[in-house]
Design a protein around this ligand. Structure first.
Ligand SMILES: Nc1ncnc2c1ncn2[C@@H]1O[C@H](COP(=O)(O)OP(=O)(O)OP(=O)(O)O)[C@@H](O)[C@H]1O
Length: 246
């Protein structure tokens, strides 16, 4: 469904990703790991064109076989199909309900029954329904950080994406919220393809099926997670995992 071909990304003439080739397995969790500045977030953000106007992209990012950067591509549709959850929870200053339906309202959806249904479905998928079902009209900002992050996941799910991108989604959360989000992601992979940037090696090994290791803008190794962690092919990966680099 999603693959990158010979992808080079440049900020102000400084290439920060070089010749990346990878196909993200459908309905699996792929973790992107590597030291700070290795280009993980740049790759993630380019996958739904969040780097438009900031970076220049060479090569191809194909979604269902069509390059998302081609001149007549519909950026709005791409971002609906490939949703993003950020490092800090970003609830909008409105109710829990309105946060979840935000994208649907933008799309012009007015059918109350459909909106109600989508709110319940998305909050259930994000494992938040039981905690908020009696206070859907309350401000989203009154939720805890972990609940806010699950709300952001629900908001992404409400528009029915095919792929979910997450940029260090638990780095601002406590261990309990982190494990709730991890469990949610593992459940979600039945229906979604998930790509997550994480600095947490345990997290990558706990939840991801595939792991890609990046170093200085290059994809060093992309393997099933167990293989990459237990028996990396490249010395650079082994050095990073053992703390010798980064
Ligand atoms: N908007 C920008 N303008 C210019 N350079 C940028 C921009 N964003 C990132 N960079 C540079 O691109 C390189 C890769 O950054 P990126 O954020 O993709 O790395 P990362 O692996 O995600 O790092 P971290 O783990 O710290 O988030 C870094 O050298 C960074 O300084």
């Amino acid at each position: 469904m999603l693959e990158v071909e010979n992808l080079t990304i440049t900020y102000s003439e400084h290439p920060v990703l070089k010749g990346i080739e990878m196909a993200f397995p459908d309905h699996q969790i792929t973790a992107l790991i590597g030291a700070s500045g290795s280009g993980k977030s740049t790759l993630l953000r380019s996958l739904n064109r969040m780097n438009d106007g900031i970076a220049s992209v060479d090569g191809h990012i194909n979604f269902h076989g069509v390059d998302i950067n081609q001149p007549n591509a519909n950026v709005y549709r791409i971002r609906q199909a490939i949703g993003m959850v950020f490092q800090q929870p970003t609830p909008f200053p409105m109710s829990i309900y309105e946060n979840v339906v935000y994208g649907l309202r933008l799309r012009g959806e007015k059918n109350r029954q459909l909106l109600d249904q989508r709110v319940e479905e998305s909050l259930r998928q994000a494992a938040l329904w039981n905690e908020v079902k009696d206070r859907l009209k309350s401000p989203a900002q009154a939720l805890s950080g972990g609940q806010q992050q699950r709300l952001c996941i629900a908001r992404t799910l409400a528009t029915k994406p095919e792929i979910i991108l997450l940029d260090e989604p638990t780095s601002a959360l406590d261990p309990i919220s982190t494990s709730q989000i991890e469990a949610t992601l593992v459940d979600l992979k039945q229906n979604y393809t998930i790509i997550i940037v994480t600095h947490n090696m345990q997290q990558a090994s706990r939840i991801s099926d595939w792991t890609a290791y990046f170093e200085q803008g290059q994809l060093i190794e992309f393997q099933p997670t167990e293989k990459l962690f237990l028996n990396p092919k490249e010395q650079q990966t082994a050095d990073y995992l053992s703390g010798k680099f980064g």
